[in-house]
Design a protein around this ligand. Structure first.
Ligand SMILES: C[S@@+](CC[C@H](N)C(=O)[O-])C[C@H]1O[C@@H](n2cnc3c(N)ncnc32)[C@H](O)[C@@H]1O
Length: 253
């Protein structure tokens, strides 16, 4: 879906997807949790680690900082951050207890502790001005962006940084068409080899439509600015199919 004002895009997304977001996604992630990490390597043809390393390069870290990974899944980002800066106080939030159970095991195996909250990230159960950094990777297509990004803004300290990475809606029509074709193929292929359950199979079209209705890199930068973030920096990779954003909550004074 081509350019739309963000408010309109949000209400169209809400109208089209709220039933999947509310009723189906938890069943999908409960099903994929045991093979989620492996499936991502397969689906990305081995590029999954490269995506994460590329995202990590955009992230600035300082000792003793407090970080939150939103929609943390199996804790890939929290663990990568702790490997770089083991003095971090790291928190994770996700609605899927099954994904976080795998994440807890992954963190323990790497020798780290990540404080976990199970819940819906549209309301973050943390005080205002609490975190130095917040990260969000590969989940925004399932969220009411303005609401979640506002919550992230609220819990960030003044001067705190928000880092975002996701598949984006490419602005080039040929790349756009190719990316949906590729996504359809990998969803079919991973469902076949990992024997996905009924809920996951039924959501295959949703995953393609959710990307189709999502933001391009420049549009997401505009959303961040409209919510009050400053120093917004959006970069794309893979011909606009992947986006990396950094945004800062203004310091006081
Ligand atoms: C594709 S996974 C991404 C996990 C992780 N960020 C990564 O990069 O590997 C999407 C995650 O978002 C979570 N999620 C989706 N909607 C959510 C919501 N409203 N509140 C909390 N978690 C949500 C799912 O449970 C799932 O673990």
């Amino acid at each position: 879906m081509d350019q739309l004002p963000a408010d309109v895009r949000e209400s169209v997304r809400d109208e089209k997807f709220s039933s999947v977001w509310g009723n189906d996604l938890d069943k999908v992630f409960a099903n994929v949790a045991p093979y989620y990490d492996v499936a991502n390597y397969v689906a990305s043809m081995g590029l999954w680690g490269w995506f994460r390393r590329r995202f990590m390069k955009t992230i600035e870290l300082h000792p003793q900082e407090r970080g939150l990974d939103v929609c943390a899944g199996t804790n890939a980002i929290g663990i990568a951050l702790l490997k770089r800066e083991p003095t971090l106080e790291m928190h994770a939030m996700d609605r899927s207890a099954e994904m976080q159970a795998v994440g807890k095991r992954n963190a323990e195996a790497a020798g780290f502790h990540i404080e976990s909250v199970i819940g819906d990230v549209h309301t973050l159960p943390f005080p205002d001005n609490h975190f130095d950094i917040v990260t969000l990777q590969f989940a925004s297509r399932h969220l009411r962006i303005q609401q979640v990004f506002s919550e992230i803004y609220r819990v960030l300290k003044p001067g705190g940084r928000f880092y975002h990475c996701d598949m984006m809606r490419p602005t080039n029509r040929i790349v756009d068409a190719m990316s949906y074709g590729y996504l359809r193929f990998v969803l079919w292929f991973t469902a076949l080899i990992f024997r996905s359950n009924e809920a996951s199979l039924q959501c295959k079209e949703y995953f393609v439509s959710a990307l189709r209705m999502f933001y391009s890199v420049p549009e997401l930068s505009d959303v961040l600015r409209s919510l009050g973030y400053i120093n917004v920096n959006g970069k794309s990779a893979q011909f606009g199919m992947l986006g990396f954003h950094r945004a800062v909550k203004p310091p006081v004074g």
